[in-house]
Design a protein around this ligand. Structure first.
Ligand code: F6P
Length: 510
C-alpha cells in the first residue's frame, strides 16, 4: 500500500485543529497549541504511540501543509469559503446546533447545506484514511462530523472507530424534525463505540435508532445491518462517558504566585467589591446570558444587591458571528448590559463589566480565583467545562458555583447551588443563597466538587474512552485488496480536492 506521508496508530478528528496562528510583529505566522482540554487529555494517550489530528485550520481556502506540533502530527483539511458558510455556519451551527439544544432558536433547513455537510464529511473521512496506519484507532469528535464514522469504515474497514458528542443529543421528537435523520444515524453507526455526555443523551440516540429506523437495541448496544457493503450486521456500543478538565494542571496554575497576584489585581481594579460575580461564556444563546442578566438586574432593582459592594464581570467570547441568531443575541445582551449599567451605575462603580474578548488561559484562571460567585446558567449545555474549571481553580476552597440543572455538569456537581435558568425568581434566590450561605458550608461544598473533578479528570476520561473503544464488541476487519484500491483512490481524490478548493485564498503558514 503506498500512502503518501506518515501514518499513525491513533487518529483524532475534530472540526478544528487544536492550534491557532499567532502573528508576530513582523507579520510572521506561527502555530500555537490552543489551550483546550482535549489536547491535554490526548497527551497521555499519545505519549506511548504516534498520533495525528485531522481538522480545519480555521480559515477558508487551501489547507496548510501537514506539520508536527510537538509530537502531534497536524493534518489540516481545507474548507472553501462556501463550505464554511454551508457546512460550518449553516448545517452545523444553524441546523444541527438548535435541534440539539432544545430548539431555543428555530433551526434552518436547506438541502444544499446538507449536501455540503456530506461533501465536507467525505473530505474528513478521506483525510483520516490517509493518515491511519493499518488497524489504527480513529476517534471522531462532535456533531460536525456525524457521517464520518460510516464513511471511514467504507474506505478502511480495518480501523477501530469511535465518536464522541460534546453537545447534547436531542430527544427523538426533536431529532425527528431533521429530513436527514436516517443518514445521520447510519453515519454514526459506522463507529464501534459512540460516547455521549449524559445517560439521557445515549438514551435519546438509542430511542432514535428504534423509533425512526426500526432497529433493535439491547442494553447499551444497537444491532446494525448496513444496507449495502458489509455482509454481516455489527453491534455498536452506545454509552455515557462525560468529559472533564485538566484538574491537576489547573490546580497547579491557580496556585502560582503570578496568578494569585493577578487575581488580587483584578479585584483591586474593580474597586475591591465585597462580592465579585463572574460569568464566562461563548456568546451563544444556549448559555442563558440574557436570563442571568435579567435576574441580576432585578436583584439590583429590588436592592437585594447594590454597587459598589457587588459587581458582575461577564466575559462573552465572540462566537459564530455570521450566524443571524448569534448577531441577535449579541445585540440583546449588549442592550441589556447598557440598560443595567445606565440605571444602576454609581460614580466609580459599574454593575456589569462586559468583556467581549478571548483571554489567555492564565488570565481566565486568575478570574476564577478572584470570583466569589461563579454563574453558570445555560438553558442547555452538553457539559459546561467552565463549571469544572472554576472548581479546579479553587484550591483555597473559596468561592461558590451557581449551576443550571440543564448542564451535563449538574449530573456530577450536586453540591453546587442549583437553579432552573428559566425561573428568574429561582435564579435570584439561588444567587442570594450562594452569597448568604455560611463559609464553612460553602467550603464543604467546594471540597466535595473538587474531589469529584479530581477523581474524574480529562486524562481519565480519555483513557476510559479509548478502553471502551478498544473493548467494544465488533471485530476489526483485515484490509482487503478492494479497500487498498479504494485507499489509493482516496489519495487521488484528496489531491484533486485540494487543487479544486478556493485557490484564490491565501495559504496560512506552511
Ligand atoms: O462543543 C461544541 C463546540 O462546537 C466544539 O466543537 C467547539 O470546540 C466549541 O463548541 C466552539 O465552537 P466553534 O468551533 O464553532 O467556535
Amino acid at each position: 500500500m503506498t500512502v503518501a506521508g506518515p501514518t499513525f496508530d491513533l487518529v483524532v478528528a475534530a472540526n478544528r485543529l487544536p492550534v491557532d496562528v499567532v502573528v508576530d510583529a513582523h507579520g510572521e505566522g506561527t502555530w500555537q497549541r490552543s489551550p483546550g482540554g482535549l489536547v491535554s487529555a490526548m497527551e497521555g494517550a499519545m505519549a506511548d504511540r504516534g498520533a495525528a489530528w485531522v481538522g480545519w485550520a480555521g480559515e477558508p481556502g487551501l489547507a496548510p501543509a501537514p506539520f508536527y506540533q510537538g509530537n502531534l502530527f497536524m493534518h489540516p483539511v481545507s474548507l472553501t469559503s462556501v463550505e464554511v458558510e454551508e457546512y460550518y455556519e449553516g448545517f452545523s451551527n444553524d441546523t444541527l446546533w438548535p435541534i440539539y439544544h432544545d430548539v431555543i432558536v428555530q433551526a434552518t433547513f436547506h438541502r444544499h447545506w446538507w449536501n455540503t455537510y456530506r461533501t465536507v464529511n467525505h473530505r474528513f473521512a478521506h483525510a483520516i484514511a490517509e493518515v491511519a496506519a493499518p488497524g489504527a484507532t480513529v476517534w471522531v469528535h462532535d456533531y460536525q462530523l456525524q457521517l464520518v464514522p460510516a464513511m471511514v469504515r467504507a474506505i478502511r474497514p480495518d480501523l477501530r472507530i469511535g465518536w464522541f458528542n460534546h453537545i447534547p443529543f436531542p430527544p427523538v421528537e426533536l431529532f425527528a424534525q431533521l429530513p436527514w435523520r436516517r443518514a445521520l444515524v447510519e453515519g454514526l453507526l459506522g463507529a464501534d463505540f459512540l460516547g455521549f455526555q449524559r445517560t439521557a443523551d445515549a438514551g435519546n440516540f438509542l430511542r432514535s435508532c428504534r423509533r425512526l429506523l426500526g432497529m433493535s437495541t439491547r442494553g447499551d448496544t444497537v444491532a446494525f445491518t448496513p444496507a449495502g457493503g458489509e455482509p454481516a450486521s455489527r453491534t455498536v456500543r452506545v454509552s455515557a462517558i462525560p468529559i472533564s478538565v485538566d484538574f491537576r494542571g489547573l490546580t497547579a496554575l491557580a496556585s502560582t504566585s503570578k496568578v494569585l497576584s493577578r487575581a488580587a489585581d483584578i479585584r483591586a481594579s474593580l474597586g475591591d467589591p465585597e462580592i465579585l460575580m463572574l460569568g464566562v461564556d461563548r456568546l451563544d444563546y444556549t448559555k442563558g446570558i440574557r436570563h442571568r442578566l435579567k435576574a441580576y438586574g432585578e436583584l439590583l432593582q429590588d436592592k437585594s444587591l447594590a454597587p459598589p459592594s457587588v459587581t458582575l464581570m461577564q466575559v462573552a467570547m465572540p462566537s459564530r458571528e455570521r450566524v443571524d441568531a448569534y448577531r441577535v443575541l449579541r445585540d440583546e445582551v449588549e442592550r441589556t448590559v447598557g440598560q443595567i449599567n445606565g440605571e444602576f451605575e454609581v460614580l466609580g462603580s459599574t454593575p456589569i463589566h462586559y468583556l467581549r474578548h478571548f483571554y489567555p488561559r492564565e488570565e481566565m484562571v486568575a478570574m476564577f480565583v478572584a470570583a466569589d460567585i461563579m454563574l453558570v446558567t445555560p438553558l442547555r449545555d452538553g457539559m459546561n467545562l467552565v463549571a469544572k474549571e472554576y472548581v479546579s481553580c479553587r484550591n483555597d476552597l473559596g468561592g461558590a458555583l451557581v449551576l443550571s440543572e440543564f448542564t451535563g455538569a449538574w449530573h456530577e456537581l450536586h453540591q453546587a447551588f442549583i437553579c432552573n435558568p428559566h425561573d428568574i425568581e429561582g435564579v435570584k434566590q439561588t444567587i442570594m443563597q450562594a452569597i448568604n450561605t455560611p463559609e464553612d458550608e460553602r467550603r464543604r461544598r467546594m471540597k466535595a466538587m473538587r474531589k469529584r473533578v479530581a477523581d474524574h479528570d480529562v486524562q481519565r476520561w480519555a483513557s476510559n474512552y479509548l478502553e471502551a473503544l478498544a473493548s467494544a464488541p465488533s471485530k476489526p476487519h483485515r484490509l482487503t485488496r478492494a479497500s487498498t484500491r479504494e485507499l489509493r483512490g482516496v489519495e487521488r481524490a484528496n489531491r484533486a480536492n485540494l487543487r479544486a478548493s478556493d485557490t484564490a485564498s491565501e495559504r496560512i503558514g506552511t
